[in-house]
Design a protein around this ligand. Structure first.
Ligand code: MLT
Length: 412
C-alpha cells in the first residue's frame, strides 16, 4: 500500500489563481456573449513583449547551442558565472551593498525558491507569515508538515500570523512571542505597499536578537519609484547574518513564461543544529541545488544577463513605466467609484477596500458581473484580506483605461 502525504489534505480548496480561473471559466460558459470583452486583472502576470535586448540575447545563445563548438550541456546548478557576476555588480555592488557572485543562486523562480528553501530549514521552527500573504508561503509550509489544520478563518494551527492592516500601513508589528522564520515581502504582494528603512531595521534587529531568519521576497523591487524606499534587505546593517533574499526577472523583464530568478544566501547566514551550534546555510543551499536542480537553460540566462545591458535597462524602465502608468489609472478608477485605495505607487498592485459589508468574494462577483473584469478577492490572501480586493496593473494601456472606466461606473 502506498501512503500519501496527508499534509496535502489539510490545504484549503485549490491554489487561489486556479480557483479564480475556474470561476471565470464558469462565468464565461454561462455568458458567452461577454467573453470577448472580459478583462483580466487577477493574477499578476505580465502582458507586454520581452524586451528586444533579451530576445536578441536568447536568439544568439540558441544559435551558439546549434554549433558543436559553442554547444553547452549541463550548466552549473547555481547559475552561470556571467549572470551571477552581472547580478552582484548591478543589483548590489553598484548600490553599495556587499554581495558576492558566489552568494547568488540563479533559479527558475522565486515561488519555487521560497518553497524549496524549506529543505534546508529544520522542522521545529516557529514560522511567521504576514496576513494577507502570498499564499505560497503558507501552503508550502502546510505541505511539508509545519502546521496543523486550518480553522474556519483559514488560518493554520502552528503558524504565527502577523496582521497587516490599514492602521499599520500593511507592515506588521514585531511579534510578541519568539519566532524563528519570518516571511516578509516588499514591495508587497498583495497590498502593493512598501516598508520603510526604519521598519526593516526593526525586523533585522528582531531577527538577530532571536537568531531568526527573514525570508525576504523582493520580486517587485523594480517597481520602487523612490530612493527612500529600501530595495534590498541587505541595505540594512546586520541583514547578511539573518536574511535570504528572493528576486525575480519575471515582473521587470517579463520572464513569467521564460523563467529566471535568483536567491541570495549570504555566506554569513547561520542556522542552528540541535546542540545550538551555528552552521552556515550557504553550503547547504548550494548542496540542495546541486542535487535537486539542474539550473536554468543557457539561452534564458543569457536573456536575463541582457537585462543589465544599457539597452536592456532602458527597455525594462519603459516596461515599468508602462505598468506603473496603468496602476495610476486603475487606482484613479477605483477612487472615482468612492473606494479607498492602497498601494500602486511602488508596486503593480492596487489594494482596494470594499464598501462596508461587502465580502471579498462578493466584490469579485460584482466586479465580474457588473464590469466584466476579473480581480483577486483579498480573502484569497488570508483572513486579514477579507473586505479587500486586489487589482493587477499588468495589462495593455487600452485595457487599463477601459477597466478604470468600468470600475468608476460600478454602483456599490
Ligand atoms: C500574483 O498574482 O500574486 C502573482 O502572479 C504571483 C506569482 O508571481 O506567483
Amino acid at each position: 500500500m502506498a501512503y500519501l502525504n496527508e499534509n496535502y489534505l489539510k490545504l484549503k480548496a485549490g491554489y487561489l489563481f486556479p480557483e479564480i480561473a475556474r470561476r471565470v471559466n464558469a462565468f464565461s460558459d454561462a455568458n458567452p456573449d461577454r467573453a470577448a470583452s472580459l478583462i483580466k486583472c487577477g493574477i499578476g502576470d505580465v502582458t507586454e513583449a520581452l524586451p528586444d535586448a533579451v530576445r536578441e540575447a536568447i536568439h544568439k545563445a540558441v544559435d551558439e547551442m546549434g554549433d558543436r563548438s559553442s554547444f553547452r550541456g549541463y550548466g552549473p546548478e547555481q547559475g552561470y558565472e556571467f549572470l551571477r557576476e552581472a547580478i552582484a555588480q548591478n543589483d548590489y555592488k553598484s548600490q553599495g551593498i556587499e554581495i558576492g557572485a558566489h552568494e547568488i543562486f540563479v533559479s527558475d523562480g522565486s515561488k519555487c525558491d521560497s518553497a524549496n528553501f524549506l529543505d534546508v530549514l529544520g522542522s521545529k521552527n516557529r514560522i511567521a507569515v504576514m496576513d494577507p500573504v502570498y499564499p505560497v508561503y503558507v501552503d508550502t509550509n502546510v505541505m511539508v508538515g509545519h502546521t496543523g489544520s486550518a480553522n474556519d478563518a483559514g488560518r493554520f494551527e502552528g503558524l504565527v500570523y502577523l496582521p497587516c492592516t490599514a492602521d499599520n500601513g500593511f507592515v506588521p508589528e514585531l511579534p510578541k512571542e519568539a519566532v524563528d522564520i519570518i516571511y516578509l515581502c516588499y514591495p508587497n504582494n498583495p497590498t502593493g505597499t512598501v516598508a520603510t528603512r526604519e521598519q526593516l531595521e526593526a525586523w533585522v534587529a528582531y531577527a538577530r536578537e532571536h537568531k531568526a531568519i527573514i525570508l525576504y521576497d523582493a520580486a517587485y523591487v523594480a517597481f520602487v519609484q523612490d530612493d527612500s524606499v529600501p530595495k534590498s534587505i541587505f541595505e540594512i546593517e546586520g541583514a547578511h547574518e539573518c536574511a535570504v533574499e528572493f528576486r525575480s526577472f519575471s515582473k521587470n523583464g517579463g520572464f513569467t513564461g521564460t523563467r529566471c530568478a535568483f536567491t541570495v544566501v549570504p555566506e554569513k547566514l547561520m542556522a542552528y543544529d540541535e546542540t545550538g551550534d551555528a552552521k552556515p546555510l550557504h553550503g547547504l543551499w548550494s548542496r540542495r541545488q546541486s542535487t535537486k536542480f539542474n539550473g536554468v537553460s543557457y539561452p534564458i540566462q543569457r536573456g536575463a544577463e541582457a537585462i543589465y545591458s544599457d539597452a536592456g535597462q532602458a527597455q525594462v524602465s519603459a516596461l515599468i513605466e508602462h505598468y506603473m502608468g496603468n496602476a495610476k489609472l486603475l487606482a484613479g478608477g477605483a477612487r472615482a467609484a468612492g473606494l479607498t485605495v492602497y498601494g500602486g505607487e511602488h508596486a503593480p498592485y492596487i489594494w482596494v477596500k470594499n464598501p462596508e459589508g461587502v465580502t471579498s468574494w462578493d466584490a469579485f462577483d460584482k466586479v465580474l458581473n457588473d464590469a466584466n473584469v476579473v480581480i483577486t478577492p483579498g480573502a484569497g490572501f488570508g483572513s486579514m484580506g477579507e473586505g479587500y480586493f486586489r487589482i493587477s496593473a499588468f495589462n495593455s494601456r487600452a485595457n487599463a483605461e477601459e477597466v478604470a472606466r468600468r470600475l468608476q461606473d460600478i454602483k456599490w
